[in-house]
Design a protein around this ligand. Sequence first.
Ligand SMILES: Nc1ncnc2c1ncn2[C@@H]1O[C@H](COP(=O)(O)OP(=O)(O)O)[C@@H](O)[C@H]1O
Ligand SMILES: [Mg+2]
Length: 516
Amino acid sequence: MADLRGQTLGQYRVITQIGAGGMATVYKAYQPALDRTVAIKVLPEYLADQPGFIDRFKIEAQAIARLDHPHIVPIYDFGQAGQLAYLVMKYIPAGTLTDFLAGPFEPKRAASVVRQIAEALDHAHQQGVVHRDVKPSNVLMQDGKWAQLTDFGLAKILTSPSQLTASGASVGTPDYMSPEQARGEPVDARSDIYSLGVILYQMLTGDVPFHADSPTGVMLKHVLEPPPPPRKINPGISPATEQVILRALAKSPDERFARAVDLADALERSLDLDATRPATPVASPRAGRWLIAAVGLGVVIVAALIALLIGQSPSGTASVTGPREELFDDFGGPAIDAARWTYTGTFAAALDSSAVSIQNGRLVYQIQNTVDDYFDGGVRHDSSRPLQRVSARVTLLDATGNSDIGIQVNGIDGDPDSWAYIALAPSDGSVNAYVGNSRTQQQENFSLLLGTGMPATHELAIGWDGTRLIFYVDGKESESVATQTRGQWFQLLFDVDYPDGRLSGSFDDVRITYGD
Ligand SMILES: Nc1ncnc2c1ncn2[C@@H]1O[C@H](COP(=O)(O)OP(=O)(O)O)[C@@H](O)[C@H]1O
Ligand SMILES: [Mg+2]
């Protein structure tokens, strides 16, 4: 872009360039009519050429200009001079939060920054404005203390959807990008909360959670990988504060804080808590642990990416062993058949760890819980065909406490929140079944078989006979519950307790019988 120093844009005299980001250049300028210094953000020339851009820009600029908050940089004006579109805002003689991120923050100071940004975000969110690019360089820090958030909504104006998915580079750094944004899905306030969570992570650990060779690599990690536990990097962080950070960074927006100020509240509480007594993580109710699978186009894209990364084409055909029963054992190759299986739960984020592998035709889980919170997941299969019976040989090699491994059928009675789970439990390898609903939190438990210790192997199955859901152990009917309809999908699941829980086990000989 041409150097604009000494030139005039509308009524503004450009003095000097302050900085340049991925998409725009910021100048310090003088407005004679009001005898004041302003900051002018000049957008790339090609944008003004795009049909409709100026109109869209105007609509967005007006929405942003309505924001009036002590922690939001005020917008004064916007205009067009020749090929240049520009936004005029208050000049803040300050560095940005980036300048202060060389090492970990003192927790109280981090909490103060989070509080200020959270209040700014909350104000915008209440008015339906999502920031979309919350990152340290968009937080101006006057006197090193007073945080003011800038560039509200600009990412939306500057980035067309095609640019978003084509390359992370076009939207600046993906270091703070939420998983849903990385997948090119619609975003809401909770996406900003995730980004604020990344800033908090960085303030307290001294580094962002994910690094990769390319922007796409970082985006993929936001989608798939759990953040390295903050306490691993900075043991001075308390467990309670770690829980707050990890909740803000939950892959699923539903599991994050609902409002930005809730994050600030929880962070402050965790710090007060620390002063008085050791904090303990709050256990999630068991029934709430399931069904975290992300579905839809995003997962298709990510599954295809994963397939590319691991050199496996997402296709495969089942070998049919009977007219209605299919051997569903795709574990003969080096990786999961992405056309059939979707990773679910926390596990979806642990893909490139050693937590999952295919060994001798078995799907093997070897999980060490390092997140100090529930850790569950597995591989899920969806089918448009009605599910009559699912069976697998399930092996439990070693596990702690309440960890278990088994088959779960979801969506019973047409309710997507309902589930039935048959599982092997430590340390005796007994077989239990559970029927529950993650929404109503109801749960029924059945003891099916007393075990003789680990390792334990049983053929477990869940079937439906038209009126009842039936649990089978080693081919024999064991327990049943009345249901109206069969389940809709199933998962080969594990659940690892915490802290420091572990589980190793495997699945093979997976078979499905369809009801059609
Ligand atoms: N209102 C402002 N007052 C003073 N400096 C600003 C203002 N807005 C932005 N800047 C500076 O200009 C730099 C470039 O901003 P920008 O183009 O938004 O890129 P980025 O946000 O990626 O750093 C910022 O890092 C900041 O140092
Ligand atoms: Mg900026």
